[in-house]
Design a protein around this ligand. Structure first.
Ligand SMILES: C[S@@+](CC[C@H](N)C(=O)[O-])C[C@H]1O[C@@H](n2cnc3c(N)ncnc32)[C@H](O)[C@@H]1O
Length: 233
């Protein structure tokens, strides 16, 4: 990886000591699913990445991305529900990655690839107009004003996602943080490349049927969750 492109990651890389089984999944299953980001200007070959899914073509349902999948429950649920889609999950927190690998193994899904690093590194190396759906669910809120620049939802990341997403692709954002919500509305819902799909309050307060709760939602939710759905124009 080109170290000059490496961004600062503010979150944790590791938590408590991994159990033997978790370490073994990191040693054996992760190398089979792990994605390497090529040096610029080379782009990731998505057909090769999902080789074995359906020959040398990209999965027929397209490629979806989940940024910061935590323990991966939502990622694996989407992979099970959409076997024709190739899912890329990015998560730098290795304890979460180990939990996700256990879910992947249990579910027996073959359509997930993982980057255990900053999603922005992946975004720089994906081909334009390659993503059919993007999930950013409960990103770290960084509530202090002086830390807002650390938030994943920023004009720069949204501009890049707009380049990466095919017209009509959906961007799903969720937060329970009372200060991140207006920020998401200001930055994402009014972004010229995206159309906010909500027509009335119930549209962002009610969980869509194909949007299962994440681990964070089940365990740590601090406020009321909000579900934002936007469409790439
Ligand atoms: C509050 S947790 C939510 C996890 C998960 N989405 C859930 O709802 O259970 C935010 C996650 O985003 C990850 N994260 C933070 N910055 C990231 C980045 N630049 N790229 C990928 N993941 C990131 C963190 O490691 C953390 O696991």
């Amino acid at each position: 990886m080109d170290e000059t492109r490496r961004r600062t990651l503010y979150g944790r890389r590791r938590g408590k000591k991994l159990r033997v089984g978790q370490q073994s999944l990191l040693d054996t299953l992760l190398p089979r699913l792990a994605l390497t980001v090529p040096a610029q200007p080379e782009k990731i070959d998505l057909a090769r990445l999902f080789d074995g899914h359906a020959g040398r073509d990209v999965p027929p349902g397209g490629i979806w991305l989940e940024v910061g999948f935590g323990a991966g429950e939502h990622l694996v649920w989407q992979a099970e529900q959409h076997p024709d889609v190739g899912l890329i999950g990015c998560e730098p927190y290795l304890n979460g990655v180990a939990k996700c690998l256990a879910h992947i193994e249990r579910a027996g899904v073959g359509n997930i690839r993982l980057l255990t690093d900053d999603a922005r590194l992946l975004m720089a190396a994906l081909p334009e107009r390659s993503l059919g759906r993007v999930f950013v669910l409960f990103p770290d809120p960084w509530p202090k004003a002086r830390h807002h620049k650390r938030r994943f939802v920023q004009r720069e990341t949204l501009d890049r996602l707009a380049e990466l997403m095919v017209p009509g692709a959906e961007l799903r954002l969720a937060t329970d943080d009372p200060s991140y919500l207006p920020w998401m509305v200001e930055h994402a819902c009014t972004h010229p490349a995206f159309e906010w799909l909500a027509e009335r309050p119930v549209d962002w307060r009610a969980r869509p049927a194909d949007w299962p709760p994440t681990r964070y939602e089940k365990k740590k939710l601090a406020g009321t969750p909000t579900f934002l759905r936007l469409r790439r124009r």
